[in-house]
Design a protein around this ligand. Structure first.
Ligand code: CAP
Ligand code: MG
Length: 425
């Protein structure tokens, strides 16, 4: 029997600069927290359920991860992984290690990957955002205030021409950005290229009439080869943006899109994330946001800080906003230290159940470096989409000038009607 037993993964060390570090919250299953941590460290790196005769001392020496922190009260475990365990530039492989089998092990009742601290060599192996916040502000010519966007509603069912007309109304009313909904791609009633063509015609009209730069974010989510060909189509039509549903498309597809480097702004929708970011078993949205920034999205949905229709804890959203915007993150509760080196910041998108009455609190909580999107909160306005878009822009103007919303509404009838319908948060 080989004596290459790995007696323990515990080691009182400080992680090396070159290590990749993970923080887990662990609910053990009929074993001690230490035992569960051992299983996690083994299964996420070089081990399995029993010793194997094929193991060699050099593998243990080079590749064994170290459990360097364990806290019984908060059930937190931190593990430092030698960088050679990972293929640089390969997000699926990294996640198959530290976010793979371990979630299904019998030794854990619940397991949540709270955060990953990527070392410099891994950071440098990804492209990061091409534009980032400053790049998008330059293209949209909006220097300081939040960008105002809408999602065409109903989600599905409009023809390409009808979709384009709703977009025209939203832009005419004051929206900077119009996007497709996450489940609109190229259905029989609204094919991708037809929609792109019709909507860009309406964009041109709206720009000429308003004198403002207007943006269209078409959803290219599809099988990867088809997605790339749609992105190339968008490029042919001289559009600046594409949108991809990053969870349902997958991180490999997102890497492919980013590496195509078509010079398109990538809007990342996170539909499906709550299947595993919610509750105490799965992967935190903070981790998903860091992966997205590293691969290279330019803007990302991160929640509404409890002001919208989705569960969206304020502290979590503000932590994510800091993580995707700042270049150095200091360690704090459930956020590991992270240096982002040359990786650009990502524009935070806040969306889901928002309406004009939520804007003052939203800007107060998240600041003005955000993209605010409202679907129902614009197209549900009693006087229609143009009025709804105008009401959103008025609410942003009031917030940016610290004017009480109800006060401002006295002189702005669209906002007044929106407050009558939905109130002020
Ligand atoms: C919002 C939305 C967005 C959600 C996604 C929707 O529409 O278009 O997909 O914001 O959630 O389909 O619900 P409403 P998140 O403005 O009508 O709610 O941003 O949290 O990922
Ligand atoms: Mg949507």
């Amino acid at each position: 029997m080989s004596d290459y037993k790995i007696r323990s993964y515990f080691e009182k060390i400080n992680p090396r600069e070159t290590d990749l570090v993970c923080e887990f919250k662990v609910e053990p299953n009929k074993v001690s927290l230490e035992k569960a941590a051992q299983h996690i460290a083994a299964e996420s790196s070089i081990g399995t359920w029993t010793d194997v005769t094929t193991l060699k001392p050099r593998i243990i020496h080079k590749l064994k991860p170290k459990i360097f922190f364990i806290d019984k009260k908060s059930k937190t475990v931190r593990i430092a992984y030698p960088i050679d365990l990972f293929e640089k530039g390969n997000m699926p492989q990294i996640l198959s290690s530290i976010a793979g089998n371990i979630f299904g092990m019998g030794a854990v009742k619940k397991l949540r990957l709270e955060d990953i601290a990527f070392p410099k060599a891994i950071i440098n192996s990804f492209l990061g955002p091409r534009f980032g916040i400053m790049g998008i502000r330059k293209i949209t010519r909006i220097k300081k205030r939040p960008l105002v966007g809408t999602i065409i509603k109903p989600k599905l069912g409009l023809s390409s021409k009808e979709h384009a007309l709703v977009a025209y109304d939203a832009w005419s009313g004051g929206c900077d950005i119009v996007k497709d909904d996450e489940n609109l791609t190229s259905q029989g009633f609204n094919s991708f290229e037809e929609r792109l063509k019709e909507t860009l015609k309406m964009r041109e009209k709206a720009e000429a009439e308003t004198g403002e730069k207007k943006m269209y974010v078409p959803n290219i989510t599809a099988e990867t080869c088809e997605m790339i060909s749609r992105a190339k189509k968008v490029k042919e039509y001289n559009n600046e943006y594409v949108m991809i549903d990053i969870i349902t498309s997958g991180f490999a597809a997102l890497q492919t899109l980013r590496k195509e480097d078509l010079g398109l702004i990538i809007h990342a929708h996170r539909a499906g994330h709550a299947a595993f970011t919610r509750g105490d078993h799965g992967i935190s949205m903070l981790t998903i946001a860091k992966i997205s920034r590293l691969i290279g999205v330019d803007q990302l949905h991160i929640g509404t800080a409890q002001l919208g229709k989705m569960e969206s804890p304020k502290e979590e959203v503000l932590g994510i906003e800091e993580e995707i915007e700042e270049s150095v993150i200091k360690k704090k509760s459930h956020m590991l230290e992270q240096k982002w080196f040359n990786i650009k910041p990502v524009f935070a998108v806040t969306s889901g159940g928002l309406y004009p009455g939520t804007i003052p609190k939203l800007v107060q909580r998240m600041g003005s470096n955000i993209i605010i999107q409202a679907g129902g909160g614009i197209h549900g306005h009693k006087n229609g989409t143009i009025a709804g878009a105008a009401a959103m822009r008025q609410a942003v103007d009031a917030a940016m000038n610290n004017i009480d919303l109800r006060e401002y509404a006295k002189e702005h009838r669209e906002l007044k009607q929106a407050i009558k319908q939905w109130g002020v948060a």
